[in-house]
Design a protein around this ligand. Structure first.
Ligand code: C5P
Length: 420
């Protein structure tokens, strides 16, 4: 079998130095590698280094006539089995999304008929900027596999998502892409994949709440619950994977942000309510968070101390806003509003009562006596005015995917035209 051929396009960012290691890994695995480097990329790595490691000619200019005679740029874009862009800078992603072709790299990307994999690298603010979010969503909608950048400290000193994935991770994504595997967008810790071109929620905006809330008593103590956030994060991941624009309002949980999801972290129920309101309008809202029903009526400005008298300080509680119920009544009520219910007994009856009380369209009910919070599986019942749809016990990410299919069908029925 002929060795797989990779056309590697190297953009201009500090992470370009990692492309050297990527070329080395690919060559070691027997791949044929042809490198194209942008003018900006040449500021960080030299064509000579790449030529030596790839054992191949390195291409830099669209107007190099000698290259055109040896191999036209259209041929160059098509003779590879896979086109890889690493690092894919914000500028390159923007040009790709806009279909621009003003240098060799962008011309090849527009001309190619082969699958494209992009490994982004940029400053955290650039990655999180609405323009980049839009460009990445467009590219994913077009079938380009855009990897999630790593999170961590950046060359510019800031911290967050935007680091180029490690060369080994890019190589693994290349292996999967060449093996005919669908786009590698792993859910949080889950090893299976959804089909790359199955995007039933493309053009939909979905808001998800997840995790617990923390309600402060004083600067060091708070009221909380056992919600792990796993189901809500899996739902956010599945929604993004299905092509939706996803806003995840997350209570305090140490979970990584799923690929392609815009995340806003909050602590208290009142902060969560404000962020939910700020995120409207949306096509669907899925309220998975275990919002604390009560908060401390007063938050002490300083740590409450024992005074040695044996007297217990009073803890007065105040009721928190019910985010789901308020959203159901608001002028901006999403066309599809889904609540969750964790119950220990009489699950369906409680869920039916909750459906009416909260004014939402579906309640996803689960038995927390059988599935304690924080576990990996869930057995859920979708309770709506149409009846009860009970699913088998499934891993949380599978529940999330199945729910996304159901939501996509419902949205197609409710609002056939998409907001893109
Ligand atoms: O009333 P209960 O907490 O059982 O309702 C659960 C559902 O209501 C979940 O969807 C949860 O996210 C939502 N909820 C909310 N705001 C609250 C309490 C619950 O949005 N204050």
């Amino acid at each position: 079998m002929a060795a797989p051929r990779i056309l590697l396009i190297i953009g201009g960012g500090i992470a370009a130095y990692k492309s050297i290691e990527l070329v080395r890994l690919l060559r070691k695995a027997g791949y044929v590698v042809r490198c194209v480097i942008t003018r900006a990329g040449e500021q960080f790595v030299t064509p000579l280094t790449l030529a030596a490691l790839s054992e191949n000619k390195v291409y830099t200019s669209l107007f190099d006539l000698k290259d055109e005679v040896e191999m036209g740029h259209i041929q160059l874009s098509r003779e590879a089995d896979l086109v890889v862009v690493a690092p894919a800078t914000a500028d390159l992603l923007a040009k790709m999304a806009g279909g621009q072709a003003d240098d060799l790299a962008t011309t090849l990307l527009l001309a190619t008929d082969k699958p494209v994999l992009a490994a982004p690298a940029m400053n955290v603010r650039m990655w999180l900027h609405a323009a980049t979010r839009r460009n990445v969503a467009t590219l994913r909608g077009d079938g380009v596999t855009v990897m999630e950048p790593d999170e961590g400290e950046m060359a510019c000193g800031e911290f967050g998502p935007g680091r180029l994935p490690e060369p080994q991770a890019i190589k693994d994504a290349i292996d999967s892409a060449l093996a005919g595997a669908p786009a590698v967008v792993p859910l949080t810790g889950q090893p299976d994949f959804a089909p790359a071109n199955h995007r039933p929620l493309f053009g939909r905006r979905i808001l998800i709440t997840a995790g617990p809330t923390h309600e402060p008593i004083d600067p060091v103590r708070y009221i909380a619950n056992r919600s792990s956030g796993k189901q809500g994060f899996a739902i956010a991941a599945a929604a993004a994977e299905a092509g939706a624009e996803v806003l995840l309002v997350a209570g305090p949980v140490p979970l990584p942000t799923p690929p392609g999801v815009i995340r806003v972290d909050v602590e208290t129920a009142r902060e969560m309510a404000a962020e939910v309101e700020a995120g409207l309008p949306v096509d669907a809202a899925i309220m998975v968070a275990a919002v604390a029903d009560w908060r401390a009526a007063d938050t002490a400005p300083q740590k409450i101390k024992k005074d040695g008298s044996g007297q217990v300080p009073p803890l007065a509680l105040a009721e928190n806003p019910d985010i789901l119920a308020s959203l159901a009544k608001s002028a901006q009520r999403p066309p599809l509003l889904v609540g969750f219910a964790a119950e220990t007994n009489d699950i369906i009856a409680h869920a039916e009562a909750k459906l009416a009380r909260k004014g939402c369209d579906w309640i996803v009910a689960n038995d927390v006596a059988a599935d304690p919070m924080g576990g990996e599986t869930n057995r859920v019942h979708i309770v709506s005015k149409d009846g009860v749809d009970s699913w088998d016990r499934l891993p949380k990410h599978a529940v999330a995917r199945k729910l996304m299919e159901k939501i996509a069908d419902e949205l197609d029925a409710l609002i056939p035209s998409r907001s893109d």
